[in-house]
Design a protein around this ligand. Sequence first.
Ligand SMILES: NC(=O)C1=CN([C@@H]2O[C@H](COP(=O)(O)OP(=O)(O)OC[C@H]3O[C@@H](n4cnc5c(N)ncnc54)[C@H](OP(=O)(O)O)[C@@H]3O)[C@@H](O)[C@H]2O)C=CC1
Ligand SMILES: CC(=O)N[C@@H](CCC(=O)OP(=O)(O)O)C(=O)O
Length: 471
Amino acid sequence: MENERESYDDSWSIGLRNLNLVDSNHSPWIDGGFLQSKSPSEFYSISSTRIILSLKEMSSATGLQSVSLDAGCLRKEKARILKFRSQNGSTLSVRSSVASSPQSLQSSKMVTLKSESTVRVGVLGASGYTGSEIVRLLANHPHFCITLMTADRKAGQSIGSVFPHLITQELPNMVAIKDADFSNVDAVFCCLPHGTTQDIIKALPSRLKIVDLSADFRLRNTDEYEEWYGQPHRAPDLQKEAKYGLTETSREEIRSARLVANPGCYPTSTLLPLVPLLKAHLIELRNIIIDAKSGVSGAGRGAKEANLYTEIAEGIHSYGIAKHRHVPEIEQGLTDASNSKVTISFTPHLMPMSRGMQSTIYVEMASGVTIDDLHRQLKTSYQDEEFVVLLEKGAPPPHTRNVRGSNYCVMNVYQDRIPGRAIIVSVIDNLSTRDFYTSLCFLSAIFSSTDRGKKNGSSYDVNFLRRGYKV
Ligand SMILES: NC(=O)C1=CN([C@@H]2O[C@H](COP(=O)(O)OP(=O)(O)OC[C@H]3O[C@@H](n4cnc5c(N)ncnc54)[C@H](OP(=O)(O)O)[C@@H]3O)[C@@H](O)[C@H]2O)C=CC1
Ligand SMILES: CC(=O)N[C@@H](CCC(=O)OP(=O)(O)O)C(=O)O
């Protein structure tokens, strides 16, 4: 499948040759950019119908069960989450997520955009799991251009030699951070271990916009950081400057920030459902119980005995009981939402799967509140949010595989059999491209303030960039 290109009708084609089709776990992965009109000017105007037709043929040819359609380059009105029945009777889900198109299929217009007016991005820690996801998503994005990638043990290597699914990308070799040249960089994604990150960010040129995926700048209270992370914070001034990057709750703050602290995966999957309910006083502050499960990639790519196949496969286990470092981050978000101190019970579990996360959350409804009220509130809160999906009332709970590789947080609320209690199920991809989503929101502000952005005028208005990710 990765080595062929097939045409399906006169004007549209699906390119199957680019290895960017598959993620690092070799799932079938269709990038929206693979679907393009032969006319370069119609690059964005991809019709859902054409996509379905083409994928239908492809699925019967290859026996695919599901396809991730990475469709960020499509216009919002053209992209859909689609399901259809394939010839062999299985359901083929077509999921749109975020952006990018293979270079091989970019139109001349896109190439021009790339060279003249893209955000120049450095990915620090490109040889890790989150870094390589950022690379996969940005490598062909029309508004971003990767000009720098760093690694530690893998410094000096090409990204393709570390992650073969990226082998077809034309990207710079990875260098050690000490050898990095930031002169050609507007913004960095910092995908490094916590602890190390704060020293590295402290030393970066101050003009750079930074999206930090680590936990180093998430906790406003540096004493709390020391308590939960076992070391004093070494960049308290930067901490004051950092904005917590949960896009749905802090979009405007993120846009004007220089340093964005991307939320942890467990906090993302729990704060998204709970924050609107707390803000609306629909649930009690007490007795919030979070039972969460993560894929093993959540622990990063570094070799650890506890994460060996033999330790993980064919079973699950809880860890960090009552002391996981995401507790204060979740409590910080819930306390902000309710303006009162909230404490939680939180137990994470490691699942024998490579990526994905589910949080099952048990809450007490406020007096007189029903499950319908919770559902209505979430629906209202997220009706304009592209990447938070509330399922229909009573619909079966979402699966982690529904959101694999995507920005989506999919959730639903259920009545517990104990009167007055509700159960919320929320799923995300822990190796989430939500990082990417937050980042685009943040980076979309760059061009309104740079000379290059001003020079290029309307090409860089925020809406133009938003179309790129709000699909
Ligand atoms: N995995 C996940 O689901 C998520 C992780 N995060 C956070 O994002 C950050 C990155 O995580 P993840 O990608 O999983 O981690 P990985 O262990 O997969 O990757 C870490 C990256 O950092 C580099 N690195 C390690 N130590 C140093 C150092 N001392 N100096 C410079 N570079 C270094 C590694 O280089 P090399 O491999 O060459 O040694 C690698 O590129 C972490 O802070 C993590 O907590 C956030 C959200 C989700
Ligand atoms: C399975 C696993 O080990 N998960 C990690 C969390 C990963 C994550 O996203 O959190 P950070 O961004 O804070 O690293 C953990 O429990 O520490």
